[in-house]
Design a protein around this ligand. Sequence first.
Ligand SMILES: Cc1ncc(COP(=O)(O)O)c(C=O)c1O
Length: 478
Amino acid sequence: MPKGRVAQRFDLPRPLPAPGQTRQGAAYQALRDAILSGLLPAGSALPSSRGLAERWQLARGTLEEVFDRLRLEGYIERRVGAGSRVRAVLPEFYHRAPPPPAPRALAEPLAAVPAAGRPRVGVPFAARLANPQLLAPAVWGRHLQRAMAGLRPEQLGEAEAQGALALREQVAAYLRSQRGIPCQADELIITHGIRHGLDLVARCLLRPGDGVAVEDPGYPVARRIFQQAGARVQHARVDEQGLDPASLGAGLRLAYVTPAHQSPLGASLPAERRLGLLAWAEREQAWVLEDDYDSQFNYRSAPLPALKAIDRGERVIYCGSFNQALFANLRVGYLLAPRPVREQVLGLWQVVGRSVGISEQLGLAAFMASGDYQRHLRRARLHYQGLRDTLLAELASAAPGCRVSGEHAGFHLTLWLPAGCDEARLLARGQAAGLDLYPLSQACHGTRLPPALILGYAALAPAQVRQAARVLVGLLAG
Ligand SMILES: Cc1ncc(COP(=O)(O)O)c(C=O)c1O
């Protein structure tokens, strides 16, 4: 609007504060918006602060502060005896500018998971959570302190792109001895955990529209990560043995799988299916993304080696984590990827520079080198097994009609509900009784399964497991 044009009338309605806004804030916003929208062009006179205060039913001092702020920000000028005038001259484009384009739509908009839906330590039956109390803070603190004391100054200033060598060496030794993977430290990248690993891989390997197979039922977060990358998510069949490679279609770029302990049903993928999966990847020149989230906790026997251990064709990308073995907020994990993937991930890493802090990395390396990590795993395994046994015993004695599966490993088991059970009613009654119940249906996308609950027990005290199981059994009986 050309300079000098003066608004004929000044008749703005009384500004109403938005929730959380002060009356002064609302008055400021009303005047600034009137200037920016051209309603008050450059040169136009504002009413006196006294007059406007009366019209807007505000204290004059409040209006004075608003005028002063507008003056300081350059929107108006104030001269003694001449009143206040609009000073800002809006460039022409400001009026002509088209509305900003809508942000590019994602394949499927992602909603935030409400806090109420997230598992909480100490609330039965929180699934997917370790018990943070099993690691004595003093022990962890000692290793952190020792690591910090031995730090070289250059380690404080320069990050190693793949993560601290001392930690990668410890992880490589662990993967060789415990997961049967013949790997070296220079093949590993330290991440913030499995989800970080999945996200890095998705961002490096997937283009919008690429096909990705995920287990159904499966880990919902993995599905969301691939959708976020714009992938076309397909559901792979899961039965009591785990993912069925025969259900993987052609033309896919990647298949995500939890072979050690299918999430959430709990099967360990038998050797024949593992080989079938590798053969599919070879044939399709696709990637297999192995999520080895809780293989440390096997109660029946030693776990099978990782799928990555038999990956002759270099098609498997392996993600592991300390967040389940130690505590969820540690945020340290690792990614073992064939060279082409590793190079892409490192390229991305160099741009975004997102890595775990050096003190955590070196503290963990010291923790592992001392043998304390193995001792912690042994103790935690026995502890979780005790909790699992308590839960199984309560369910067996009081809910004989209910079948359980996936109980041989991990932090949770699946409780199949009696036929005809009204799942929604059970969840509501559970909530009223202080139980966070996770229905299996939350992990199902295309598939329909009989009603079941995922019962987590690891993040509970023994008495809580017993008490909560009794409450649940009571709900099932009524
Ligand atoms: C199957 C599965 N993968 C990955 C994760 C998350 O791992 P992280 O916390 O290391 O990202 C979970 C969490 O419980 C999980 O259940």
